[in-house]
Design a protein around this ligand. Structure first.
Ligand SMILES: N[C@@H](CCC(=O)N[C@@H](CS)C(=O)NCC(=O)O)C(=O)O
Length: 212
């Protein structure tokens, strides 16, 4: 049985998306960051970085949400109708890795800076200037992906790959930060991805459920 530590609306959604698409039985264990459960010795033994998500599959304990996505696609991708979650050729895989790294380092990093300075840092650490800079940087990189997605159905090639399941979550986060106003192709792509029958809950819906 696969165990996933971390629940929506966290980056656990990246892992949940793959678990759903691959129809993998799994158990989800909530970890309450607000209560400091991610810093308890039991959790630190799984991930010394104290970060969610963590996936446990047999002897494998793996963190970093993009690595979890790639692992699930690599190990269980033949369960996916038609296969192809990781492209066959080195060239197409290179394109997929390019966009995965771009999403994680160029788009998620500024989104995380916005979140830290908006909600997570202590009051005296928060900086409105830092939020403005992070939003500017994020929008510049979102514009690059918007340009790439002109006339495309998927991030790489002609069918869905791991990069799409990362992009959709990351862009949902960008939508929450109001950074997609100038990105109509990405908004349409996001709608298509979340219309997939096995798409997980959006960040907004997960937040609403938590608040209820
Ligand atoms: N690069 C990591 C980032 C993970 C991360 O920062 N997760 C957040 C929840 S979405 C977390 O665990 N925060 C707790 C903390 O930073 O103390 C990944 O993609 O998995």
């Amino acid at each position: 049985m696969i165990t996933l530590y971390g629940t929506p609306p966290t980056r656990a959604l990246r892992a949940i998306w793959l678990l759903n698409e691959l129809d993998l039985a799994h158990e989800v264990i909530p970890v309450d960051i607000g209560a400091g459960e991610n810093r308890a010795p039991k959790f630190l033994a799984l991930n010394p970085a104290a970060k969610l998500p963590v996936l446990v599959d047999g002897d494998l304990v793996i963190s970093e949400s993009a690595a979890i996505q790639l692992y699930l696609a690599d190990k269980y991708g033949d369960r996916f109708p038609g296969g192809g979650l990781i492209p066959d050729t080195p060239e197409e895989r290179a394109r997929m890795y390019h966009w995965l790294f771009f999403l994680m380092t160029e788009i998620e990093a500024p989104l995380w800076r916005v979140a830290l300075h908006s909600f997570l840092y202590a009051e005296d650490e928060k900086s409105a200037d830092e939020i403005a800079l992070a939003k500017r940087d994020g929008k510049r990189m979102i514009a690059v992906l918007e340009q790439h997605m002109q006339g495309r159905g998927f991030v790489v090639g002609e069918r869905v790959t791991v990069a799409d399941f990362n992009a959709a979550f990351t862009l949902d986060w960008a939508r929450e930060a109001a950074l997609l106003d100038d990105a109509p192709a990405l908004r349409a792509y996001l709608d298509r991805m979340y219309a997939r029958p096995k798409a997980p809950v959006t960040i907004a819906k997960a937040m609403a459920a938590l608040a209820a």
